[in-house]
Design a protein around this ligand. Structure first.
Ligand code: CP
Length: 309
């Protein structure tokens, strides 16, 4: 049953997740063809409403929408009336009058995409809201893991870093658990909340986490902009305790583990330069798969019929 909006992973059923992951496969196959475009959303309009910076998610949604033949408008927040004090509600009312079919929203405030979804007939896709959710990142991560492990049940993914402030950790661990993957968190005690999703092991020691024998190591960006307090002594100390150093990369290579990162990366903090050339790094696969998964999401969602344009 298609939905109007995609706001988080928690509310998706296993069947819906499987459908979206399966539907992403033929969209990815399109990328190898000389013509990468299909007319699936011809005549539909997609509005990108990004109140926070983004490289991957923004460009990936734009490419995905264009490959489905939709018309894409980038709402330029920096030069809009928002800078004159216009509220999000007023902005969305204005956009509603334009009868756009899809609104893709990123905002620092958790829950804001959900609020917009109630206000508009357009399909709203959460492209990241505060520390709450980043559902399409989770879908692309699950898709990338399933490419390497078609039956992912019982595989182990170790998520390292700033779990506390990370919408990626929240959404990606939720989807991985839903498809049967074992998840563990590793990071400084101050950044690995003990409350939260159950059935996830928490480590503060890199050695103990590696003794758990993960199949995939998923590095998170240290989000300095979301840290209102000092959660660890210094970035150098963070790298020493939790970063993928040259020595740790050698062990990871020897064990044949896959490495993932949602980007953007902080070189010298969560990873050393050599990780970017590691043969089992899936970072570029994540970027490519993001387009296929977002095409599947756009194709699946159904804007309210009243928004016919
Ligand atoms: N992964 C991710 O959300 O990256 P951007 O901030 O570049 O969109």
């Amino acid at each position: 049953m298609p939905r109007k909006d995609l706001l988080d992973i928690s509310s998706l059923s296993r069947e819906e997740i499987d459908h979206l992951l399966d539907q992403s496969v033929p969209f990815k196959e399109l990328f190898t063809r000389s013509v990468k475009k299909v007319p699936a959303l011809k005549g539909k309009s997609v509005l990108m409403l990004f109140y926070e910076p983004s490289t991957r998610t923004h460009s990936s949604f734009e490419v995905a929408a264009k490959r489905l033949s939709a018309d894409v408008t980038n709402f330029d927040v920096a030069h809009s009336s928002i800078t004159k004090g216009e509220s999000v509600r007023e902005t969305v009312e204005t956009l509603q009058a334009m009868r756009t079919d899809f609104i893709i929203v990123r905002h620092a405030r958790s829950g804001l995409p959900g609020m917009i979804a109630k206000q508009t007939r357009a399909s709203v896709i959460n492209a990241g809201d505060g520390a709450h959710a980043h559902p399409t990142q989770a879908l692309l991560d699950a898709f990338t893991i399933k490419e390497k492990f078609p039956d992912p049940v019982g595989k182990k993914v170790l998520i390292i870093g700033d779990i506390l402030h990370s919408r990626v950790a929240r959404s990606t661990s939720t989807i991985l658990k839903k498809i049967g993957v074992d998840v563990a968190y590793l990071g400084p005690g101050s950044l690995v909340p003990q409350k939260g999703p159950e059935g996830i092991r928490r480590f503060t020691s890199y050695q103990e986490a590696m003794a758990w024998s993960p199949d995939v190591i998923y590095l998170l960006r240290v989000q300095m902009e979301r840290q209102e307090a000092q959660f660890f002594p210094s970035l150098r100390e963070y790298h020493r305790l939790y970063g993928i150093t040259d020595a740790r990369l050698a062990e990871i290579r020897q064990r044949g583990l896959y490495l993932m990162h949602p980007g953007p990366v902080n070189r010298g903090v969560e990873l050393c330069d050599a990780v970017m050339d590691y043969e089992r790094s899936l970072i570029n696969d994540q970027v490519e798969n993001g387009i296929a998964v977002r095409m599947a999401v756009l194709y699946w969602l159904k804007p309210d019929a009243g928004s016919e344009s």
